[in-house]
Write a protein that binds this ligand. Structure first.
Ligand code: NAP
Ligand code: ZN
Ligand code: ZN
Length: 351
């Protein structure tokens, strides 16, 4: 089916209207009318080939919420009219050790990303959520709790799970002292999730103007990361830090903020030409500290995160935009001028 979308033709082109081809739903497929799609900083990194050369055109978008319009004959998990989500993955090998452990996000033989992966069904590359419709295998579709605002729930599909998964993996809970670095799409979810898990949250930001919002989201302490005195004051105080910053920066003061055996988990992925400076080994050795990384989350954990957000009433703080304003939104995201996630209202494509 020809479907209206927005995509980029090369690494420097703006987003522009393009027609893509969606498959007719197969027996295990769910067809979804997209209501909202969040705008992740990864969309921009990827479309501009900041990590590796992308195959063009790129149709970004992996924070998708919509309603089921049709299901294939073998679909048991979803029915027409249901509110559903699609995140960063639309398939995986299903047999490797990671897939067997519900960690499709670490599939060793090739997961299929929602956009920019070879499409095993249609050929060509997969196309993401900057469009009106998508067809996805039921095993990669999530159920969205109906009590959540659908637009505010869209960013949970990437920003939510990317921060929830490491918080869970490193056992954040009541009494944990957690740091969140960067208050953007991911960071503002991390504050809310860590707070709901019972942690005491310290935020590290380069933007003093975000301090009040950080507190409203659940942070107990706000540290201006460019202020050396403030950074020194929190040395040795945190169990776990999640770093969501989309650009290279000095990790040493963050390692210093950890207690003995603390973990600094990197989830922000700076562009290749802007890497983090190599951290000081001494800073890690004294205190047996870990610098780790984490990639989104598996399907089972993504559903767990959505249900957790349903129970706790957690959604993203969003600014809704029509698709036609996406280029301005990307420019503003680059400047850190977003509170705290742009979400495209797909009605703007259906007029
Ligand atoms: P975002 O909304 O743009 O937020 C990034 C935040 O980083 C900014 O709001 C800003 O917060 C801080 N920052 C400080 N210095 C910066 C600089 N020079 N340039 C840009 N940001 C700076 O981005 P996002 O969507 O949350 O994504 C954050 C990063 O995570 C991106 O690199 C993205 O690709 C990556 N990501 C990774 C995964 C994964 O699975 N690991 C999943 C999704 C996204 P303050 O103003 O508070 O300093
Ligand atoms: Zn993302
Ligand atoms: Zn696999």
């Amino acid at each position: 089916m020809p479907t209206a979308a927005y995509g980029v033709a090369d690494a420097t082109a703006p987003l522009a209207p393009v027609t893509i081809e969606r498959r007719a739903p197969g027996p295990k497929d769910v067809a979804i009318d997209i209501l909202y799609c969040g705008v992740c900083h990864s969309d921009l990194h990827f479309a501009r080939s900041e990590w590796f050369p992308a195959s063009y055109p790129v149709i970004p978008g992996h924070e998708i919420v919509g309603r089921v319009t049709a299901v294939g004959g073998d679909v048991t998990k979803f029915k027409t009219g249901q509110l559903v989500g699609v995140g960063c993955l639309v398939d995986s090998c299903r047999t490797c050790p990671s897939c067997q452990e519900h960690l499709e996000n670490y599939c060793t033989t090739g997961m299929v990303m929602t956009y920019g992966s070879p499409d095993p069904v249609m050929g060509g590359m997969t196309a993401g959520g900057y469009t009106t419709d998508i067809v996805v295998d039921q095993d990669f579709v999530l159920s969205i709790p109906e009590n959540l605002d659908p637009a505010g729930a869209a960013p949970l599909l990437c920003a939510g799970i990317t921060t929830y998964s490491p918080l869970r993996h490193w056992n954040v809970g009541t009494g944990s002292k957690v740091g969140v670095v960067g208050i953007g799409g991911l960071g503002h979810m991390a504050i809310q999730l860590a707070n709901a898990m019972g942690a005491e949250v310290t935020v590290f930001t380069t933007s003093p103007g975000k301090a009040e919002d950080a507190r409203k989201l659940g942070a107990s302490h706000v540290v201006i990361s460019k202020d050396e005195e403030q950074m020194n004051a929190v040395a040795g105080t945190l169990d776990f830090i999640i770093d969501t910053v989309a650009a290279g920066h000095n990790l040493d003061p963050l390692v210093a903020a950890l207690k003995r055996d603390g973990v600094l988990c990197l989830v922000g992925v700076p562009a290749n030409d802007n890497p983090h400076p190599s951290p000081a080994v001494m800073g890690m050795i004294f205190g047996r500290k870990t610098i780790a990384g984490s990639l989104i989350g598996g399907l089972k954990e993504t559903q767990e995160m959505l249900d957790f957000c349903g129970t706790h009433g957690i959604t993203a703080e969003i600014e809704q935009i029509p698709m036609q304003e996406i280029n301005t939104a990307w420019d503003r995201m680059l400047k850190g001028d977003v509170k705290y996630r742009f979400v495209i209202d797909m009605q703007s494509m259906k007029g």
